[in-house]
Design a protein around this ligand. Structure first.
Ligand code: PLP
Length: 435
């Protein structure tokens, strides 16, 4: 039995898969923050290149991946698919557990998949500079590398709590040649307003988005780039699921359950959407989105229109949300601290095509440590949520005596999150408001 299934460079997908083409009913449109009317392509063109705006609403099922982007993908794609033999043994489960490992990217997570595509389309549109926000730094570092790849400048507004807690991703952003500032920053009006009210603000993704959007909207040569949530981001991430499908085929199995952690929904969507297509076509498959109990957008939020940021500058999106002024506790899975959720993932959840589960962070770290001690890879705390759910499903399979095939997305490695593991080993993690 093969432990890992590795594809050749020629197996990197030639097209992204666009689930919008197969949705039984269309997504509700984003609304303009002021007029509450559907946003027009011209509204979005202030901060996004037209190619990405087209992808955002495209009904084309397969969208070609530009040759330059496929070439950039060869630096780390195709990523391996592993059978978690050691973890299965430790759980004494009849389930077969597979994981797609996105931590082999130079940035250490799946985010580079969309960063490269977005940098490319911006470059093609004549843009010179990109502004963005980052939480734990995975997105900022990925975009920094992608901008370097395609010769763009980049400024990253990094949530202050992460800027201070996770200095190494800040260093990566600098190593790849981008500028990085803690958010809220004095560089934007949105940042200055927050600082005037609360000079000690620890920041949030919502605040940082406000800053980056303002930066991009106020400069002709600058666009904005978002690392999750939007349709075109999930579209780019489908390279994960498309590769995984080929790899599962080689393994001679088809998953009963696909699992991904959810912050804004992109790594989950990237793995799951190509399989959801099969579900629309009649396959019996469950897809589970996993979130922290302390930031439970799907399992604890409301389905309604809400802003993507704190200041209310972004379009209103119909999604599961905890409210755009929700201040998540500073849990160590920084990438899962967003108040909202991808409208596409939200709709799939609302219409019961997918399920959601939430777990407290101590249980998540326990799962992550079991994974490290069996499979060897130290997972990102975000990814450990998916591991936790996979373990729970494998345990259930044991109780039920069924041979379930489980596939989850190991969205990144945890080598830059070891301080969070330190806190866990020192017994300093609780499930609420720890530092
Ligand atoms: C950013 C990140 C996430 C969460 O973001 P999604 O858009 O929901 O995928 C999960 N895992 C890792 C490793 C990340 O960097």
């Amino acid at each position: 039995m093969e432990r890992k299934i590795v594809l050749a460079e020629k197996d990197i997908p030639t097209h992204y898969y666009n689930l919008l083409a197969d949705l039984p009913t269309p997504l509700d449109p984003p609304l303009h923050p002021a007029t509450k009317q559907p946003v027009s392509p011209q509204d979005l063109a202030v901060i996004f290149p037209m190619e990405l705006i087209k992808q955002e609403v495209s009904s084309e099922r397969y969208i070609e991946i530009p040759e330059e982007v496929r070439k950039a993908y060869t630096k780390y794609r195709p990523t391996p698919l592993y059978r978690a033999l050691e973890l299965e043994k430790a759980l004494d489960t009849p389930a077969h557990i597979y994981y797609k490992y996105e931590g082999v990217s130079p940035a250490g997570s799946h985010k580079l998949n969309t960063a490269l595509a977005q940098a490319y389309y911006n470059k093609q549109a004549g843009i010179k500079r990109i502004a963005t926000e980052t939480g734990a730094g995975q997105w900022g570092s990925s975009l920094a590398l992608a901008c370097k790849e395609f010769g763009l400048q980049c400024k990253v507004y990094m949530v202050k709590v992460s800027y201070e807690q996770k200095p190494y991703r800040r260093s990566m952003i600098q190593a790849w040649g981008s500028e990085v500032v803690p958010s809220p920053s004095p560089d934007t009006k949105a940042g200055r307003d927050i600082l005037a009210k609360d000079p000690n603000s620890r920041g949030s993704l919502g605040i940082a988005i406000s800053e980056a959007v303002e930066d991009a909207a106020s400069r002709e040569d600058t666009n904005y780039s978002l690392g999750s949530v939007l349709n075109h981001v999930l579209l780019h991430q489908t390279v994960i699921g498309l590769e995984a499908k080929k790899q599962m085929e080689i393994a001679g199995e088809y998953p009963d359950i696909v699992i991904g952690c959810v912050g804004g929904g992109s790594n989950f969507g990237g793995l799951a959407l190509p399989f959801i297509k099969d579900k629309f076509d009649g396959k019996n498959i469950r897809a589970i989105a996993v979130e922290p109990t302390s930031c439970p957008s799907l399992t604890g939020g409301e389905y309604r229109y809400d802003f993507g940021d704190v200041a209310g500058l972004t379009p209103l999106l119909l999604m599961y949300t905890l409210g755009h002024d929700f201040m998540p506790p500073s849990i160590h899975a920084g990438g899962l601290r967003y108040h909202g959720m991808s409208p596409l993932v939200s709709k799939l959840y609302k219409e019961k095509y997918i399920e959601a589960q939430a777990y407290p962070q101590t249980e998540v770290f326990e799962a992550g440590v079991l994974f490290a001690r069996t499979e060897g890879i130290i997972p990102a705390p975000e990814s450990a949520h998916a591991i936790k759910a996979a373990i729970e499903e494998a345990r259930r399979a044991k109780v039920e005596g069924t041979k379930k095939i489980i596939l989850f997305n190991l969205s990144g490695h945890g080598l830059l999150d070891l301080s969070a593991y330190d806190a866990y080993f020192a017994g300093q993690l609780n499930n609420g408001n720890n530092k």
